[in-house]
Design a protein around this ligand. Structure first.
Ligand code: MN
Length: 168
């Protein structure tokens, strides 16, 4: 068994956002991150929990219906991760950490690398609100926001505009 996977899909729909997905117990547990992930530890990115997705969705890139009903999806980053969640001094598995609303993990992607946390700040109403934050480690960088500088797909090299124009 290798490490579990993660994927970040840039999704141009009614609103532009990034879908951040972690493989936990065989599904892609998902959050919509309007501003996308950042490597600056001072950026606390709002992450709205969305529906779990099947693992196959991790490699989906293309157009989903029209802009309003689906939009365009780009595989912006992917790789593996290591769960580093704790409760006090005790390591806990990712599904326990998810239930408790405090996940820590180390990403090994092409664009995102290093320690991150996802902390639930609100769990009532239609959607859980979480905050995605880079930890201050050697992979962090002040002002480093690869969503603005590395806009190509890690799957096809295309920009999201090229995927939209080509349709699949
Ligand atoms: Mn989405």
């Amino acid at each position: 068994m290798g490490h579990p996977h993660f994927v970040v899909q840039h999704h141009l729909a009614t609103a532009d956002h990034y879908d951040f997905r972690l493989e936990i117990d065989g599904v892609l547990v998902s959050w919509a991150v309007p501003k996308g992930p950042s490597l600056d530890p001072h950026d606390h990115r709002l992450a709205l929990r969305t529906d779990d997705h099947a693992m196959e969705h991790a490699s989906f890139e293309g157009r989903l219906g029209d802009r309003r009903n689906g939009g365009v999806v780009q595989v912006w980053d992917r790789g593996t991760y290591r769960n580093t969640s704790h409760v006090g001094a005790r390591p806990v598995d990712a599904s326990t950490a998810l239930q408790r609303g405090r996940l820590s993990f180390w990403l090994e992607g092409e664009k995102l690398r290093g320690g991150f946390s996802l902390i639930r700040t609100r769990d009532y109403g239609r959607r859980e609100s979480w905050l995605l934050t880079k930890k201050a480690d050697e992979a962090a960088g002040a002002g480093v926001r690869p969503t603005g500088t590395r806009i190509e797909s890690v799957l096809s090299g295309r920009t999201i505009e090229q995927i939209d124009a080509e349709g699949s």
